[in-house]
Design a protein around this ligand. Sequence first.
Ligand code: FAD
Length: 308
Amino acid sequence: MLGSLLLAGSRVPLVRRTVSGVPLTRKVVDRFVAGESTRDAVEAIRRLTDAGLAVTIDHLGEETKDAHAAAQTAEAYVTLLGALRELGLGDRAEVSVKLSAVGQALGEEGDKIALENARQISEAAHDCGANVTFDMEDHTTVDSTLGILRAVREDFPSTGVALQAYLFRTEADCRDLSHEGSRVRLVKGAYAEPASVAHQNKAEVDRAYVRCLRILMAGKGYPMLGTHDDRLISITELLADRFGRSRGDYEYQMLYGIRTDKQQALVGAGHTMRIYVPYGDDWYGYFMRRLAERPANIAFFLRALGGK
Ligand code: FAD
């Protein structure tokens, strides 16, 4: 209930100004965001890769309403990928891109602009030996995102995409994308979606995740399991045994700053564990989704505001 309110509030400009304007918010944001500059991102990537983790980097931003800002976001990715290439980190790194940050939300021309920017980012990623994965945003963007994915894969076939188990359509999307060479990150889903398109109840979302997981693990693609949920990780291991997948045939992904103990435990067990590392100054939407996911995070936030 509180989570839904936070997700709804995250789209109200007054709430955004109020939360962003509280000086201590920054302290709490740092728990989930690696910093604002390319340099901050590179430092975090170094620290994580030195600890045996792989990374996927997100330049924060979403729902861009101006073409110039969309081009600047693409440019920020190109700069970051250039830095990774120079440091030789391309093999441990990939980037995650929200298509609405590179133009998808710009009306009729949106898909075309997002596709051009996504191609530019993919070219830079290719030069540095890194992959690109498209994040999935609210349900109204899914068809557009999968269309852009198809177009980008013609030149960059390793491009991946996130699919959200809470959407009714996702089992079918998993089937379509379980072919050889396909890279799918399966997540539960982080947006406030209506009952007409998505499961509302946590147990139903978890069951839907397992159905999707089964399709991806039985398929021929490369499943990337984006979850912090112990039960789903155990089920993934059972399915890996059943379908004869060894450690390099799938990977786990978690968010920066969340369950770091479990991240290290999975690395210790020989898994590829990739950390989603967000950086940049447009952290508001991302931060609010993290608060909404877990009441304890809201308490942490309120304690920080109270100076404790
Ligand atoms: P939950 O049932 O929410 O959590 C399981 C356990 O994980 C909790 O009990 C808690 O211990 C821990 N946990 C979970 N969330 C938090 C938190 N915020 N703070 C502290 N502890 C927490 N969603 C999208 O809609 N589109 C995307 O493109 C997308 N990309 C993602 C990429 C990655 C790598 C990951 C890990 C998640 C992504 N998500 C995305 C978010 C995802 O949809 C979920 O909202 C989020 O992962 C929480 O779900 P869970 O599977 O961890 O399970």
